[in-house]
Design a protein around this ligand. Sequence first.
Ligand SMILES: Cc1ncc(COP(=O)(O)O)c(C=O)c1O
Length: 369
Amino acid sequence: MDSLARFAHDRMDCLAADGVVRQLHAMQPLPEMRIRVDGEEFVNFSSNDYFGLAQHPAVIAAMRAEHMAGAGASRLVTGTHTAVSALEEDLAEYAGTQAALVFGSGYLANIGTITALADKADLILADRLCHACMFDGAKLSGATLRRFRHNDLAHLEDLLKAQRAHCRNCIILTETIFSMDGDAAPLPEILELAKRFDCWVISDNAHGIGFMTPQPTAGHIQMGTLSKGLGGYGGYICATKPVVDLLISSARAFMFTTGLPACVIEAAKTSLTLLQSDAALRQRPRQLAKHVTESLGLPEVPGAIVPIVVGDNDTAIEAALQLEEHGIWVHAIRPPTVPKGTARLRICLSAAHSDAQVAHLIDALKKVL
Ligand SMILES: Cc1ncc(COP(=O)(O)O)c(C=O)c1O
């Protein structure tokens, strides 16, 4: 074995010892939120396609309307397709901001924005349950990074009192609906603290689109993705025009990567229009989540993510395997995606699930848990 293969092999042994080896499965999407994985059929309760827009006929038709499969180069090199500008206008209007900027993915939007706004003279305070890409952006920026306890305003205030005066700028990172816990941030109170201590807030709305009405965040940044509730691919930032101008000229994760294909943009634009115009579509996943939480005696959630924390990794994997026997696909979420000792089943409801599929999920969960 060469030294590189030996290195990879040894590292995999360490991951195996920690129970965090990841495996890819051959998956084929089927209609009605079903998937075929390694030849077996399941109802998918792990997808972030909360409104079923990934398979919506109008969204798929919008992709076909545009024949360019690729953008060819960075937007700074080949220019911005008119479809992209139109989507950016729609996103800014949706968020109630002056401007928006589409990135290649939500991951790139977060790391690009955070690194463009902060450096070693600055302080970043992040909710400890923020998504990995917010932490990656914070670390890449070189700013001093401190984590505050999840949704703990008193802890955030303590950190601000102790540290704000010693740095140039301060950015607070949070999520509107947390990806692995499904709960919401106290955004108005965080914005209030930001005002008192002169900080900027980046609120990651990746899992909130369609569930959370955008709040007035003048002077701050709303980040989002086209890849979850909108059922497509890509990410975006909504902010004031000067901030968007700065990102265009300095966010490396925007500048040095190829623009999204226009067909992907057309799909996202169609999804956003559908989501905004259809209140019943927006409400359905949340109603289904409420049905699940009530049936299982779990706390109500503001969106469509229902976490069932089981603790250790093996228990979570075993529970997911047992659900598979009931024809249900729910991924076991383990560290480092979530803190150690909080492995869980993360159940995502979608408007595209039928009532019968959700009833079957509840029955199976009662047996497995
Ligand atoms: C909260 C949050 N932010 C950002 C991202 C990254 O978005 P994308 O999948 O579009 O790269 C994710 C995806 O898992 C997420 O859950």
